[in-house]
Design a protein around this ligand. Structure first.
Ligand SMILES: [Zn+2]
Length: 375
């Protein structure tokens, strides 16, 4: 049913429209028009203005021809750099970039699968329930678009993000929650050679604090890291400020909270007992994703994968995605592997067979959710 050549052509056309994060406007216009042409209602939210980009999130709604669960599909419109003037190279089995840029299968392979599924359903006049499609901006900049979106606009009871790094059939049902933690220690400056005893060295304060704070793997579900450190102004001045940027993550919220408290409290105590002042800021970047195998969204994905001739694999990942945000907003959501490979590099590619499988999987998910009864 999937039209392989049409799908390739559609995918190539989309990757060749640049849409680096914050500059999704031209691609957004293209996609809006493509959805309009297929008869979907499309609205753009104000994420562009709010985030300083030139495009908002697109929400497309496709009224069902029959009953069934309302579905949400989601893919992101933005790409990482280098993503300007992408030239796709198509051979018999695979599509890659000409080598100077990324390809942008992350995440236009997901979008291509959705457009192809709409085309197939309309061509064959197949029944489908109400379908919502969310196309986000700024995903690569910390899930910005999906964080901004107003989920009260949705009716969906289950959601499928098409943005997983694994093969088609991989169903991500678990990913961590993560805090960003910014630590700042303030000391007091003085001359390093003349009167060091009048100063309080912030770099030294931080080093003593970090030495007794957890770092790395805490348990099999929980990790933390210090990623950036900066402080001081000159070799011969006792440093009066030192900043550290770090994170904590866990598959369980309670463990994240416990670990974060320990990090923050230890930092404060160690800095303050040596005469410094501590400031710590904690920001939840995204909530955990943790679904049970028997939840309808997981069952739907598993059954659809089998019907599409794929091997369903329930799996987890170490980072957040739009699925983390959607799930955190109360719509059970899996992230589906779409076969994109070597993403975020100029060697990025995707197998044409995987593009086809993605479209088939979307069609089967829609078929699974469709009730034969006419409303
Ligand atoms: Zn992605």
């Amino acid at each position: 049913m999937v039209n392989r050549n049409r799908l390739i052509e559609q995918f190539v056309k989309m990757v060749e429209i640049s849409s680096v994060s914050g500059c999704e406007g031209r691609f957004k216009d293209y996609l809006k028009e493509a959805l309009h042409q297929r008869g979907l209602r499309v609205v753009e939210d104000r994420a562009g203005e709010a985030l300083g980009g030139d495009a908002g999130n697109l929400l497309a709604t496709w009224p069902g021809s029959t009953g069934g669960s309302t579905l949400l599909f989601c893919a992101h419109m933005d790409t990482v750099q280098p993503g300007i003037d992408i030239k796709a190279v198509v051979d018999d089995t695979c599509i890659k970039s000409a080598g100077e840029t990324i390809l942008g299968a992350d995440d236009k392979a997901g979008i291509a699968a959705l457009l192809e599924a709409i085309d197939c359903i309309q061509e064959q006049n197949l029944p489908h329930p109400d379908v919502e499609m969310l196309f986000t901006v700024g995903e690569e900049q910390g899930l910005q678009g999906s964080k901004f979106f107003d989920y009260r606009l949705l009716q969906a009871t289950m959601a499928f993000v098409l943005d997983g790094g694994g093969a088609p059939g991989d169903i991500i049902i678990q990913s961590p929650c993560q805090n960003e933690i910014e630590y700042v220690a303030y000391g007091k400056s003085s001359h390093a050679g003349i009167n060091p005893e009048d100063g309080v060295n912030a770099i030294h304060l931080v080093s003593q604090a970090l030495a007794v704070m957890p770092c790395g793997r805490v348990d099999e579900e929980t990790t933390c890291n210090f990623g950036i450190i900066a402080g001081g102004t000159a070799r011969n001045i006792v440093a009066d400020v030192c900043r550290v940027k770090g994170e904590s993550r866990s598959l369980q919220r309670s463990k994240l909270d416990t670990l974060t408290d320990k990090l923050v409290n230890t930092f404060r105590e160690e800095v303050e007992k040596r005469g410094g002042r501590a400031e710590v800021q904690v920001t939840l970047l995204y909530p955990e994703l943790k679904l049970d195998e028997d939840q309808p969204v997981v069952q739907t994905a598993v059954n659809a994968a089998k019907r599409a001739g794929l091997q369903p694999v329930l799996t987890g990942t170490g980072g957040g995605s739009d699925a983390s945000i959607i799930n955190g907003q109360g719509i059970p959501c899996v992230n589906l592997g779409i076969g994109m490979q070597q993403v975020h590099t100029t060697s990025e590619f995707i197998l044409i067979d995987d593009l086809v499988k993605n479209a088939e999987l979307v069609l089967e998910i829609i078929a699974q959710a469709t009730e034969p009864v006419k409303r």
